[in-house]
Design a protein around this ligand. Sequence first.
Ligand code: SF4
Ligand code: FES
Length: 227
Amino acid sequence: MTTLTIDGRQVEALRGSTVLEAARENHIEIPTLCYHEALEPYAGCRLCVVELVTPKGSQLVASCVYAAEDGLVVKTNSGIVQESRRMTVELLLAAAPKAKVIQDLAAEMGIEEPRVSLGDSDCILCGLCVRACKEIVGANAISLVNRGFAKEVKPPFEIGSNACTGCTTCVLVCPTGAIKLEDVLDSRSVHRWESDFEARECKICGDHYLAPEFAPDLKELLGEEEV
Ligand code: SF4
Ligand code: FES
């Protein structure tokens, strides 16, 4: 086990834990947006910053990727942590004002209007959908493309990817509701990725299954017929 101090409390955590995991194991709450316990951490949102207190002074680190080590002294809600989180939320609100989770965080912090406007998205570029598609589903159907203000999540060539199976894992992990799923009768559309599926009836068991409309390989394999 590793022993460290969080918010004045000496706590223990499993070796190899991050500061975030150590805090959560000990029921100390740290807010996160781009973290999911089933996925590799990405440290993209900076909401989880904490203050490390060292003899050389203080340092802000992303708790979701910082290793919990023996003797570490951590503050999760000090003045500079609050200031940093407030700045992070204001910037997220400036870039993604349609994201309800950000609107709520901003309201909690008393931020009414961001001082600048950086876009009008509902996506906060947390990368959870991309990592879930890669690490949980193994499909790699979407990725983060471009840099800076042009950064966004897209399927390859901005057209529906054959790799997308319409499993909706991305929809489930998205913290902002930016990925819209539409199930209408026997069809499913995942709009953000331009993925469309029609449900076909299996001639053997009678169950319905989703077949990507844009998947030529699959159609060829099926001979355009239901199986
Ligand atoms: S679509 Fe959702 S999960 Fe994907 S990066 Fe944007 S906010 Fe995150
Ligand atoms: S949760 Fe740690 S940087 Fe987003």
